[in-house]
Design a protein around this ligand. Structure first.
Ligand code: MRU
Length: 340
């Protein structure tokens, strides 16, 4: 199963808002519709967003060419809409820019599509390498905690954090993966637990607030998460709640591993404080399963991501390198993409 792909002239996505109850694929044939699916989190997760950005550009080009419209104008409009669909994951703009670059270098419409498919294929290869390298780093750990969903659903075929977990499990069966449910939208219990069930990996879903206590009790041997953006100084933006696990892991002296492709490293963003944090609708917090659970006049604050300072990160693993202690060894000076 691919989370996102190019299929018969359309962008095919699995609708992640319907999981785990229903496995429904949507063929998206229009950029505006794709933007709606990005914003509703039907397609989500940093790497999948990068591929959505690239394939969205291909959709704009092929649609314009078929209608006899100006392809460059269509690409400009699509780039603006797609890049601004969600602010935090740097991969979204990365996918868009890779296609823009190909066009600027003379690609015709078929070349634009090929550039977008190259971003898809880069993701598949990168995630395989990340899984392997991350598992080598955490070798021997059997009780792992993860947050949100950095699995196949956040990429194309394989995930980053769940890629590491999958490799560890294939080496020698894991005792347990603790899956933080990840309020408010439950990417942990809805998506990560679904992926682990399909892979036959033993896991327990926990409420987010149980994580620190479990970590400090000695029950967890390592924490592994993905990232939506890594600043030049090694600070990491990931799903809200991540920094609490990093603080607990630091206190307990266990590894806190960030698994992400090179395209997540944003050398143009100096520190975590410069990363835009998406603020989502208050109702995502105030309602549970469509039912208001707070008093009618209560307001909510709903940041979708938080920043883990580089000093709390044991290592960042990408498809190319393992950066131990990123606070002292920041990713900044290294050319950051395969497509550049
Ligand atoms: O709001 P989401 O579901 O798109 O957030 C996703 C995450 O925070 C993931 O942990 C992150 O993208 C890393 S996996 C590529």
């Amino acid at each position: 199963m691919r989370t996102i792909d190019w299929w018969d002239g359309a962008v095919r996505i699995i609708d992640q808002t319907r999981l785990p109850q229903a496995e429904i694929f949507i063929d998206v044939r229009d950029v505006d519709e794709l933007v709606v699916h990005i914003q509703s989190l039907a397609v989500r997760g940093a790497m999948a967003l990068g591929v959505a950005g690239a394939l969205g550009m291909a959709l704009a080009a092929t649609t314009a060419a078929r209608a006899g419209d100006d392809v460059d104008r269509a690409l400009d409009v699509a780039a603006e809409k797609l890049s601004n669909a969600r602010p935090t994951a740097v991969n979204l703009g990365y996918g868009v820019r890779a296609v823009q670059r190909a066009r600027a270098e003379g690609a015709d419409v078929a070349g634009v599509l090929a550039a977008a498919l190259a971003i898809r294929d880069e993701d598949i290869l990168a995630n395989r390498a990340i899984g392997e390298a991350g598992a080598a780093f955490l070798h021997g750990a059997r009780r792992i905690l993860t947050h949100c969903n950095a699995g196949a659903l956040a990429g194309v075929e394989e995930g980053t954090a769940l890629g590491v977990i999958g490799h560890l499990h294939r080496e020698s069966p894991l005792t347990v993966v603790y899956v933080c449910e990840t309020r408010p939208l439950l990417q942990g219990s809805r998506l990560t637990a679904w992926e682990l069930s399909r892979a036959g990996i033993p896991h327990r879903v926990i409420v987010d607030s149980a994580a620190a206590g479990l970590i400090l009790s000695g029950e967890v041997e390592a924490v592994v998460v993905g990232a939506d953006r890594i600043a030049a100084n090694g600070d990491v933006a990931n799903k809200v709640g991540t920094v609490s696990h990093a603080l607990a892991a630091h206190h307990a002296g266990i590894p806190f591993l960030v698994a992400a492709p090179e395209s997540t490293i944003d050398d143009l963003t100096p520190t975590g404080a410069d990363i835009p944090i998406e603020l989502r609708h208050e109702d995502e917090v105030l309602d549970v399963l469509g039912q208001r659970v707070a008093s009618p006049d209560s307001r909510a604050l709903n940041p979708a991501f938080d920043i883990t300072p580089a000093g709390l990160v044991t290592a960042i693993v990408t498809q190319r390198r393992l950066l131990r202690d990123p606070a002292r060894n920041p990713p900044r000076p290294i050319a950051n993409t395969d497509a550049r």
